[in-house]
Design a binder for this molecule. Structure first.
Ligand SMILES: [Zn+2]
Length: 80
């Protein structure tokens, strides 16, 4: 995967800055850590979706892991 870089200073670290407009709309600006050039924006709905998707993936992963650990434990019990 190509590394993201700032169009202004070519730095490659970015931060998400939460912003609330006068009308109360919340969103996040993605900006360069070094020079503050804004390279993108996310609205809050999208951020929530991203987090929700990540949570779903994580819980599925943990579920699989638990199942695997369970199988290993059962085998050990059978062996002894
Ligand atoms: Zn920059």
């Amino acid at each position: 995967m190509a590394r993201s870089k700032c169009p202004t200073c070519e730095y490659h670290e970015f931060e998400a800055v939460p912003v609330t407009t006068k009308t109360g709309q919340k969103f996040c600006l993605i900006q360069c850590v070094a020079c503050g050039t804004v390279v993108g924006a996310l609205d809050e709905v999208k951020i929530t979706n991203v987090i929700r998707n990540a949570e779903k993936k994580l819980s599925k992963f943990l579920e699989n892991l638990n199942r695997k650990v369970g199988i290993v434990c059962n085998r050990k019990n059978l062996d002894s």
